[in-house]
Design a binder for this molecule. Structure first.
Ligand code: FES
Length: 284
C-alpha cells in the first residue's frame, strides 16, 4: 500500500521500526490478558480508544471557545482539567491498540501518539499556569495544545480511513451474502469438532459441528480479516470457540461472541438448517 505526500513518507519510514518494534513488544508484554481485552473494548463490544477520546476532545474544544469569551476563566480551567485527566485512559487504550498494529500504520500511530502526548503536556502546563493565576499563559498553552492535538486527531483519522485500524472487517463481507438459504456442505462430511470452509458466492463461511448443532460463521476475522478456517478450536468457559491464527481473537462458535480481543465486535454467525442431509445457511 503506497501513500502520497508527507503521510506516504511517514508510512514508508522503515527506520522508525527500530523504535516501534521493541516498543510494541514491550507494551504487549506489559498489557496482556484481561487488561489487554479491557483496553481494546472487548467488554464494550466497541473499540474503547475512539470512545474515550471524545471526552478530552470535547472538553478542550469547549475550553478554547470559553477562553475566547470574557469572564469565563474558571469554566475554561475546569474544562482543561477534565480534558487533561480524561486523556490518560484514552492514551492507555490507544497504546494498547497501537502495539498490535502492522508496521505501516504503527509508524503513523507513533507520530499520532507523540502529537497527542505533546498536546497533553501543553494542556497540563496550561492547567498549572491557570491555577497559579496566569490566565494569559494558560490560554496560550491551551491553544498550542489544541493545535498539536488536532494534528494527532488528523493522523488518528488517517489510521482509521486508510488502514481500517480498529474497524470491523467482517461487516462488509456479511453484507455480500444474498437473502435466502444457501447450500454449504453435506452434513455427513462434518464430523464432531471438524471444521471446513464453504462459500456463498465469494463469501467464505466457517462451518463446524459442535455437539448436535452446526454453526456457520463468516470466516474472515472481524479484526483484520484473518482466516478463521485455519484457527484452532478451544474450549473456553464451557463453550467451544475458534481462535484466529493471526492475532488470537477468540470467538464463541455458537453465537460469534468475541471472548478475547483484539477484535471488539462479535463475529457474524448465520442461521443454519439441515435439508435432506445438506447444511444450509441464511442471514440472521
Ligand atoms: S485478524 Fe487479528 S485477530 Fe483475527
Amino acid at each position: 500500500m503506497k501513500g502520497r505526500g508527507l503521510l506516504g513518507m511517514l508510512e514508508r519510514a522503515n527506520k522508525l521500526d527500530r523504535l516501534t518494534d521493541p516498543l510494541s513488544q514491550r507494551l504487549q508484554a506489559v498489557m496482556k490478558g484481561r487488561v489487554r481485552d479491557a483496553l481494546h473494548g472487548v467488554w464494550l463490544g466497541h473499540p474503547l480508544h475512539p470512545t474515550l477520546v471524545q471526552v478530552p476532545v470535547g472538553a478542550w474544544v469547549s475550553a478554547a471557545v470559553l477562553d475566547a469569551l470574557p469572564g469565563m476563566n474558571r469554566c475554561a480551567t475546569v474544562l482543561v482539567g477534565v480534558g487533561t485527566a480524561s486523556a490518560l485512559p484514552a492514551m492507555a487504550a490507544g497504546w494498547n491498540d497501537w502495539s498490535g498494529l502492522p508496521a505501516q500504520p504503527r509508524r503513523v500511530g507513533l507520530v499520532h501518539a507523540l502529537a497527542n502526548g505533546i498536546g497533553v503536556g501543553l494542556y497540563t502546563a496550561s492547567l498549572i499556569a491557570r491555577l497559579a493565576g496566569d490566565q494569559r499563559m494558560g490560554r496560550r498553552l491551551a491553544y498550542g495544545g489544541l493545535g498539536v492535538a488536532s494534528l494527532g486527531a488528523y493522523l488518528g483519522g488517517h489510521l482509521t480511513y486508510r488502514f481500517a485500524a480498529a474497524v470491523n472487517h467482517a461487516a462488509p463481507i456479511e453484507e455480500q451474502v444474498p437473502q435466502g438459504w444457501h447450500d454449504l456442505c453435506e452434513l455427513r462430511a462434518l464430523t464432531q469438532q471438524q471444521k471446513m470452509v464453504a462459500h456463498i458466492g465469494d463469501v467464505p463461511v466457517l462451518v463446524a459441528r459442535v455437539g448436535d448443532r452446526v454453526t456457520a460463521m463468516i470466516e474472515k476475522c472481524g479484526h483484520e480479516s484473518g482466516p478463521l478456517g485455519e484457527g484452532e478450536f478451544v474450549s473456553m468457559d464451557g463453550s467451544e470457540c475458534v481462535v484466529c491464527p493471526w492475532h488470537g481473537s477468540t470467538f464463541r462458535l455458537s453465537d460469534g461472541t468475541a471472548v478475547h480481543g483484539p477484535a471488539t465486535t462479535d463475529q457474524p454467525v448465520l442461521r443454519t438448517r439441515i435439508v435432506n442431509g445438506c447444511v444450509q445457511a441464511a442471514l440472521p
